[in-house]
Design a protein around this ligand. Sequence first.
Ligand SMILES: NC(=O)c1ccc[n+]([C@@H]2O[C@H](COP(=O)([O-])OP(=O)(O)OC[C@H]3O[C@@H](n4cnc5c(N)ncnc54)[C@H](O)[C@@H]3O)[C@@H](O)[C@H]2O)c1
Length: 361
Amino acid sequence: MSNTIRAGVIGVGAMGGNHARVYARMPHSTLVAVADTDADQLNRVARTYRAHEYSDYRHMLDQEALDVVSIALPTHLHYAAALETMQRGIHTFVEKPLAESVATARAMIDASHRYGVILGVGHIERYNPAVIALKERLDSGQLGKVFQIHARRLGPFPPRIKDVGVVFDLATHELNIMEYLAGTGIRSIAAEVNRNLQNQHEDLVAGLLRFENDVVGVLDINWLTPTKIRQISILGERGMFLINYLTQELWFYENRSAHDRWEGLATVGVSEGSVIKYEIERVEPLRAELEAFIDAAQHGYNGLVNGEEGLRAVYLAEQLLRASRERRVIALPPYTPVPALHPAAQRLPVRPLTAAVPVEG
Ligand SMILES: NC(=O)c1ccc[n+]([C@@H]2O[C@H](COP(=O)([O-])OP(=O)(O)OC[C@H]3O[C@@H](n4cnc5c(N)ncnc54)[C@H](O)[C@@H]3O)[C@@H](O)[C@H]2O)c1
């Protein structure tokens, strides 16, 4: 087994094309093959990165000795493709949302255990350096008690997405990040959704969350806004953090009253203070994500956002839709989110890379 990871990509549309580029350019991987049913798209990506091309991904999996595969198909096709890769012993990275239902997400996790392979999920904002910097600051206690987390993910409708609504497509990003930053699970969910321009699926969701530590969460997500906004703010005793995911910027709006007095807001109140923009080294989150995936495939789990977290986001998306459908607040059982990335501390063994494992049955 050489040190160069042999990678394949299934579905080389908007997102899969980026996976192909990253595998082709990372020093420890080589892009061996790509698969797509759209001949033009397939040919363009295969030629750009000099990869073998397949119109049927099963043929690719049978003919190429792949160590890792990314699946960037439309969401409802993730499950079938992931079973094909995992039963061949190939470590599998699935774009978010992991699946279109809790049942299929669970079956994917079961398969990853059965076949002893890594299952990574594309919750890409977890690799955004602004999110990582914010998590460190929250964990160090800079904000004091947290009051509210407010996520906004707005923009025009991407017409290529036909199989899921905005809750599965976009809210899953924020649900994962909000629990990660809160460090605690969501305890209750209320939501309103609407179909405005879309007939089949919702294109707007407003969610109201309560976390187990009493923090309030606000979700404001749609496919209707004529400009792309991706922001999250965390309000607490000592001020407010604000992230622009797109520009990877992190600001802190200080509560001047709490600057050097710690007796609690009840006595000091809130007033405007300094605004700090932290220096953050920009990175490509997809590259950081696939590096973590390859590292996990070689050495065991390392804090990679895994199938369990993908399942949790799918579960929360289902509960958001349910809360809206049933017009009531849904109470959720306790859940403890994974801690921050601690590469050494969280590493769990997996079996070695096994491109040559035969298909069962
Ligand atoms: N992490 C992120 O920020 C992010 C961003 C965009 C998309 N995504 C996810 O990536 C996935 C793909 O989204 P996209 O925007 O790239 O969609 P897309 O439509 O641009 O790409 C999907 C590709 O799959 C191909 N395809 C469809 N059926 C196939 C089959 N049976 N076999 C082989 N190829 C097939 C299509 O021809 C197309 O090229 C979705 O799950 C989406 O949610 C994630």
